[in-house]
Write a protein that binds this ligand. Structure first.
Ligand code: GTR
Length: 430
């Protein structure tokens, strides 16, 4: 606003400003009857119009086309894997009431002489080796997932929130995500390990033209990739998860052929993209991932493509902007993202109070991914045909290779969610 000295002028200027703000204000749609008309792109028809009728046709012809679309139009193209080096930073042999070995391992991802280091916090049961693991990125630093007082605190940029003021993690946030978000003891008791990484170690979550985090070290490789197709932050976080698995393959305590990747919200979007691009994730869990994750974009319920591209311009590739208020033009929708994971197991979870993430749209993605799973010889969502009814809360649909539940409550990860994931993992990973 320009400066106005007389009071009436000031009032008029304020009114104009308020009106403009109101016009720009995003009003989410939650009304099923107001959803725009849409037709989902067919997962099982090739770009040339041929019906995909066998698993081999999916693998050899259609899957590469779908992957290509997600790379060029949604998340952006990531570089090929890079050299990693690791260093053990700490080891505690009596963590989690003496049940677990806890380690911090720095994994540096190198291109030439440049590197980005992420710190893995790893828990494995003391009584066994070669265990299956859950791996998931965390939002506020490794020290937040456990109340132990000797887990290192990241020095990397952290989002300001609550006690965090200067984008620096503090001692006061130790253990703040311990408990339901990260039920370490339960995971250990069930015979799994847990690996977590602060996602900002890979790429700090704010728009800066990709000057920090892992992106700049790949500038040379990216020079030949059209600007619109270059990798965004979700792709970078997924890339970090894959490099973490490169390390897990060298870790004797862990069986890297049995890795489940889990993520909540933006990190659920990330776990889905990690699972789509790296077959070493045997189970992929999306907790309340919503728009750009498991929810169908074409429904435009809650958060929309335009809205997410405006709030978080760095998450996707620049081509994704083409689909602002124009979802029908996109050659893919998110059921095809789940299809890229097939025939490996996938679990999508929603919450009744998380309408922003469009629970029904997340369920429908599973339903529309089901035919791909069945084509590949699995039971899809289970039963002889995919479910037609949106399930009520606390009635998981989990007998097939594609699991889904709706839970009562808000956007979060709860004990209920983990109970379902652990049971599902017992069937598909263990
Ligand atoms: C919200 C965003 C969602 C989701 C969430 C989160 O602001 O609109 O897409 O990613 O953040 O990650 O917590």
């Amino acid at each position: 606003m320009k400066s106005v000295t007389n009071p009436i002028g000031l009032l008029i200027a304020l009114l104009i400003h308020a009106n403009a703000t109101a016009q720009n204000r995003f009003v989410p749609n939650y009304d099923e009857s107001a959803i725009p008309a849409y037709e989902l792109p067919s997962a099982l028809i090739t770009n040339e119009g041929a019906a995909v009728t066998t698993g081999a046709m999916w693998e050899e012809s259609r899957r590469p086309e779908v992957l290509e679309f997600f790379e060029s139009e949604v998340y952006g193209r990531s570089p090929a894997g890079c050299e990693i080096q690791h260093q053990i930073v700490s080891e505690t042999r009596d963590a989690i009431n003496g049940k677990a070995i806890r380690r911090e391992v720095d994994v540096t991802m190198f291109t030439g002489s440049r590197g980005t280091t992420m710190r893995l916090l790893i828990y494995t049961p003391r009584s066994s080796s070669n265990v299956p693991v859950f791996i998931g990125l965390n939002f506020q630093g490794n020290h937040t997932i456990d109340t132990a007082n000797d887990i290192s605190i990241t020095k990397n940029w952290i989002r300001n929130r609550g006690e965090i003021k200067n984008n620096q993690a503090t001692e006061s946030t130790r253990g703040t995500a311990a408990g339901a978000r990260w039920p370490i003891e339960t995971i250990i008791d069930r015979g799994y390990g847990l690996v977590t990484i602060y996602y900002g170690d890979i790429d700090p979550d704010f728009e800066d033209g990709f000057q920090n985090g892992i992106h700049p070290q790949f500038d040379q490789q990216m020079a030949s990739v059209p600007q619109g197709e270059r990798w965004g932050s979700i792709a970078a976080w997924a890339y970090g998860l894959s490099r973490a698995v490169d390390y897990l393959e060298q870790d004797d305590a862990i069986d890297a052929t049995r890795v489940a990747v889990i993520g909540h919200s933006r990190l659920g979007k990330t776990s889905l993209w990690a699972g789509a691009t790296d077959p070493r994730f045997k189970l992929v869990i999306s907790n309340n991932s919503g728009c750009g994750g498991a929810a169908l974009s074409r429904r435009a319920v809650g958060e929309t493509v335009e809205r997410i591209n405006t709030s978080f311009p760095h998450w996707f590739c620049d081509n994704h902007l083409k689909y602002n208020k124009n979802e029908n033009a996109c050659p893919v929708d998110q059921h095809m993202l789940l299809g890229l994971i097939a025939p490996r197991a996938v679990y999508v979870a929603s919450a009744t109070g998380d309408r922003w993430a469009d629970p029904r749209g997340e369920f429908l993605s599973c339903v529309h991914a089901d035919p791909i799973y069945r084509l590949l010889g699995t039971s899809g969502m289970g039963g002889s045909t995919p479910p037609v009814e949106f399930p009520t809360a606390e009635s998981p649909v989990n007998s097939g290779r594609v699991g889904y539940h709706l839970r009562t409550g808000k956007h979060d990860v709860t004990d209920y969610d983990w109970a379902q994931y652990l049971d599902f993992a017992d069937r598909h990973v263990k």
